[in-house]
Design a binder for this molecule. Structure first.
Ligand SMILES: *Cc1c(COP(=O)(O)O)cnc(C)c1O
Length: 344
């Protein structure tokens, strides 16, 4: 039996129809704006996110960085969650590449930032202070159980940002997971956002690529920033073709991943030595704690790996499992049997 690989939805392989679309893709030089397949993907992405324009980039990290560099100049400050992907997992690129000052405020367990916390972090005009320029949110929130943020919350953040003349960036690496869970189109979740980044190469199964969406002017500037970062690609339609399949064939089926994640969480709740509340699982990310005396997350992950179930240890006792299209409901049954054999 193949291992049940729950480490991340980034491990997904391109589907058959993606490989076919890639082989057949019509291409041109995208730095000259002449790749019809890239142009089509960008138009589709802008439409799905309800923005004027979009830009194809190589990764989610580059998408976030391009947006931060487009919104901010050196010495500007960005308010973001202390559990956010940008704060934890992007090498401090905003500081390293853009001289942008990060102002972390606490993420709530559901991934929100409290409006009061954000408002308190906004700098008044004062010669000692950096200038607050940007609020960055994450939807779904990776480190906060993959929780989705709804349109109502976003509208309230939008009102706050307008009041203080701030821009909003949404790291929507998994915004389609949020949309499927909440039963809305992704554009309903990012109305007040000035920029949105989302990934094709996670649950949407494309081999490469992310998109930045925003106004036409924002995207024109972001295109310059992508180029200076070395992200101008030529016959990129080869990979964009897979992204088009992501948007046409792979979004609705995310509901299956969410059902599998919930099934996994409910099964884990019955195991000894595991702590989890299945109600926390709203999308495809399942966090749980190992509570057995003397056992670390690393040890548990190592033992499970030997039995063909792969999860990530993300803390001394914290583990993460992520469902995706290469994990079936039967795979979850198998994974739960392995947990039971090992833990009882
Ligand atoms: C994966 C991820 C990113 C970065 O995407 P890469 O393509 O791995 O660079 C950004 N934000 C969130 C929330 C993510 O989960």
């Amino acid at each position: 039996m193949q291992p049940v690989d729950l480490r991340s939805d980034t491990i997904t392989q391109p589907t058959r129809s993606m490989r076919q679309a890639m082989a057949d893709a019509e291409v041109g030089d995208d730095v000259f704006g002449e790749d019809p397949t890239v142009n089509r993907l960008e138009e589709m992405a802008a439409e799905r996110l309800g923005k004027e324009a979009a830009l194809f980039v190589v990764s989610g990290t580059m998408a976030n960085l391009v947006c931060q560099l487009t919104h901010c100049t050196r010495g500007d400050e960005m308010i973001l969650g202390d559990q956010s992907h940008i704060f934890w997992y992007e090498q401090g690129g905003s500081a390293a590449m853009g001289g942008i000052h990060s102002r972390p405020v606490p993420n709530q367990p559901d991934g929100r930032l409290l409006l009061d916390d954000m408002e308190a972090a906004i700098r008044p005009e004062n010669i000692h202070f950096p200038r607050t320029r940007l609020i960055a949110l994450e939807n779904t929130h990776n480190r906060c159980n993959g929780n989705p943020l709804d349109g109502e919350y976003m509208a309230r953040v939008g009102e706050l940002a307008r009041r203080y003349g701030l821009n909003i960036h949404v790291d929507g690496a998994r915004i389609f997971n949020a949309a499927v869970t909440l039963g809305v189109e992704p554009r309903a979740l990012v109305k007040p956002a000035d920029s949105v980044a989302f990934c094709l190469s996670k649950g949407l199964a494309a081999p490469v690529g992310s998109l930045v969406c925003g106004t036409r002017d924002f995207i024109t500037q972001a295109r310059r920033v992508r180029k200076v970062l070395g992200g101008g690609m030529r016959q990129a339609g080869i990979i964009a073709a897979a992204g088009i399949i992501s948007l046409t064939e792979m979004t609705d089926r995310l509901a299956d991943d969410h059902a599998n994640a919930r099934k996994l969480a409910e099964g884990l709740a019955d195991r000894k030595g595991i702590s989890i509340d299945p109600e926390d699982v709203k999308t495809n990310i399942v966090f749980f704690e190992v509570t057995r005396e003397g056992m670390t997350a690393e040890e548990l992950a190592g033992q499970l790996d030997k039995e063909g179930v792969r999860v990530l240890a993300l803390g001394p006792t914290r583990l993460r499992a992520v469902t995706h299209y290469q994990v079936t409901s039967r795979d979850i049954d198998h994974a739960l049997r392995v947990f039971e054999n090992f833990l009882g």
